[in-house]
Design a protein around this ligand. Structure first.
Ligand SMILES: Cc1ncc(C[n+]2csc(CCOP(=O)(O)OP(=O)(O)O)c2C)c(N)n1
Ligand SMILES: [Mg+2]
Length: 647
């Protein structure tokens, strides 16, 4: 060792940009650039620091101006998910409101285990001009800044108070961002003075660095125990989660299923892990599950979760599995998820575990009667989907199309390789049930349901399109979600990102309206209507808003005109036929296309799973008392899964 280290004098922001440009990720021998670019909105907290550095090195890290900080994190999350966590965006913001706008996006990324790098500006490390514009002052603690809001929603958080601190902070950030068991939002808060401060940057920090994702093999004892439990099962069922897709384990799953005859149900993130026309594909499970999957879930005696975090939607609030002796096997790269529901924990990469399980189960096949039941239910469900997307069961006669028909049209337009993107409202549940998954890699279905965040849809879809430009991307969005973050359409126009947005207008919250009626509250506050006589309208079971009865009516809101005003190409579809035509024509666009269609807000599809939403225990309203009685009856199906994992 010479003891002399070559250095370059750079600002913290310049060093950070140069570091990000040379990070690479490798899995299965394939190496690729890790940081796709930097999204941002400038203010005094980053314009002279990161803004200057990005302007100095435009060829190193491409800069994309966004319109809203929350939206840019959604874009980054959509991108990371489509890339199976092998690529990220960085997001730079000013101090104060720009930084706190990140919080919702960060929570979404962390909950969905998706890597995003957040670089909020922060108040001066020197404190010299304090209080600076937009600074929160907490009288008893000078170290607090609004960026502390990002701590609970970040998998790693650091405030870089001195230039030298950038180096360990960046290395730790990249370790977390590239680790599938840790991935989530990573926040490096950058005081605005520190961003512009120069230091001697060691050459090694600026040299290319490869982060290798090793596939974690299962502990041999855990794998043996899992295989023994599956061999001993009379009615095994796989629940495939997002981990199957992120680990690129879709082919391995299919091979295991073909070899053993174990049927597969899917979570939201895992939807499409097995193509829908496979005879053992049961589709969605849980609160938004299919009749097929939930039937087999009720009867299964061993449930094998692979890459799932077991949210309440997946377990139907712990009512989905009803066999008295049911036990779980949990294959997961994250120990915390593997341990859930007292499952037999197999901490491992999904693909390695599936391959090892197939070897350990060689020669084993499930009871033919169980396999036949799955095939029969799967076929029956395919028939039910065909009926629903053709407009069946939606309450006749209807002047407007149902959302199920809209989904059928998008599914057809998407073909084998298109991607549907969605997040909140009634569409995620309908999609979970109705979507026919066709993409062999399982990348055609992208519903963000960890945070179910209204407003994710458009920027999330943009991220998907940037990650997979060769695929057509269809964003399905409700009018309520659209109103949360329509502004990112301007970014899609500016960056020429050709997503197709299907804007389903049903004048408010069809989902929460139905939920409200189910808890006895008559859709109160869920229908977009003029307030009448100082009171909000209800939206009763017959579909009449009381405000309408009072003479008030629909709001004079034109969302199609809104989208057009933001620069999108807009089509007003007056029927499903017009929708299908618009989707077919959207192909060659060089920017966003928004297809607006009005649907019947009361035309829902049947439900086969329970969701625990507590109903008022006492009330003067008879509808609420009836809903409470239902609630108490349904809750008796809830289980606690306290059996020892070793039983
Ligand atoms: C940011 C955010 N706020 C509130 C909610 C609760 N929420 C879930 S769905 C929904 C209504 C969605 O309305 P819309 O997009 O029109 O879809 P629809 O219910 O009509 O299908 C609301 C308010 C949420 N998921 N996200
Ligand atoms: Mg709506």
């Amino acid at each position: 060792m010479s003891g002399v280290t070559a250095t370059t004098r750079l600002t913290v922001a310049q060093a950070l940009v140069r570091f990000l440009a040379v990070q690479e990720i490798e899995r299965d021998g394939t190496r690729q650039r890790f940081v796709a670019g930097c999204l941002g909105i400038f203010g005094h907290g980053n314009v002279a620091g990161l803004g200057q550095a990005l302007a100095q090195y435009p060829e190193l890290v491409r800069y994309h101006p966004a319109r809203n900080e929350q939206a840019m994190v959604h874009l980054a999350a959509g991108y990371a998910r489509q890339r199976n966590r092998l690529g990220i965006f960085a997001c730079t913001t000013s101090v104060g409101p720009g930084a706190t706008n990140l919080v919702t996006g960060a929570a979404l990324a962390t909950i969905n285990r998706l890597p995003v790098l957040l670089l909020p500006g922060d108040t001066f490390a020197t404190r010299r001009p304090h209080p600076v514009l937009q600074q929160l002052e907490v009288p008893h603690d000078a170290t607090v800044s609004v960026n502390d809001c990002l701590r609970p929603v970040s998998r790693f958080y650091e405030r870089v108070q001195r230039p030298e601190q950038l180096i360990p902070a960046c290395l730790e950030a990249l370790r977390v961002l590239t680790d599938p068991a840790e991935a989530g939002a990573v926040t490096l808060a950058l005081p605005e003075d520190v961003q512009a401060e120069a230091f001697e940057v060691p050459a090694g920090f600026l040299e290319p660095r490869v982060w290798t994702v090793y596939r974690q093999p299962p502990a041999p004892e855990a794998l043996r125990a899992a295989a023994a439990r599956i061999r001993g099962a009379a009615r095994p069922l796989i629940v495939a989660g997002g981990g199957v897709i992120y680990a690129e384990a879709v082919a391995a799953l299919r091979e295991l299923v073909d070899a053993t005859g174990i049927p597969v149900a899917e979570t939201q993130a895992g939807r499409g892990a097995l193509v829908s026309d496979h005879p053992l594909s049961l589709g969605a499970v849980g609160a938004t599950g299919t009749a097929a999957a939930n039937r087999l879930a009720r009867e299964a005696d061993v449930v094998i979760g692979i890459g799932t975090r077991w949210s309440d939607f997946t377990t139907a609030s712990k009512s989905a599995f009803q066999d008295p002796g049911v036990s779980l096997v949990n294959v997961n790269v994250a120990g915390a998820d593997a341990a859930k529901l007292s499952g037999l924990a197999v901490v491992a990469d999904a693909r390695v575990a599936l391959e090892d399980l197939r070897a350990a189960l060689a020669g084993h096949r499930v009871d033919p009667a169980w396999e036949q039941l799955a095939a029969d239910e799967s076929a029956a469900w395919a028939g039910e989907v065909a009926r629903l997307v053709a407009g069946g069961d939606a309450g006749a006669p209807r002047a407007l199309p149902s959302q199920a028909e809209v989904i059928g049209a998008i599914n057809d337009a998407a073909g084998d390789t298109g991607v549907v993107v969605c997040a909140a409202g009634s569409a995620p549940g309908d999609l979970h049930k109705l979507w026919r998954a066709r993409d062999p890699a399982g990348k055609g279905y992208h519903v963000e349901y960890g945070y179910s965040c209204m407003g994710y849809e458009i920027p999330g879809g943009m991220g998907v399109k940037l990650a997979a430009p060769e695929r057509q991307v269809f964003v399905l969005i409700g009018d309520g979600s659209y109103l949360m973050l329509p502004g990112e359409l301007v970014t899609a126009v500016a960056e020429r990102i050709p997503i197709v947005v299907v804007l389903v207008d049903n004048h408010g919250y069809a989902s929460i309206g139905a939920l409200s009626r189910s808890v006895g509250s008559a859709g109160f506050g869920t229908h977009y209507r003029y307030a009448a006589n100082g009171s909000l309208p209800v939206d009763d079971a017959a579909g009449r808003g009381l405000a309408d009865a009072d003479g008030a009516g629909a709001l004079p809101v034109d969302l199609a005109a809104n989208a057009a005003s933001l620069g999108a190409r807009v089509v007003r579809a007056g029927s499903i036929a017009e929708l299908r035509g618009a989707l077919a024509d959207a192909g060659g666009a060089d920017g966003p296309v928004v297809v607006h269609i009005e649907t019947d807000r009361y035309a829902g599809i049947p439900s086969y799973g329970w969701w625990d939403v507590p109903v008022a225990e006492v009330s003067d309203q008879p509808t609420v008392r009836a809903a409470r009685a239902d609630y108490e009856r349904n809750a008796t199906a809830q289980r606690q899964f306290l059996e020892s994992a070793d039983d």
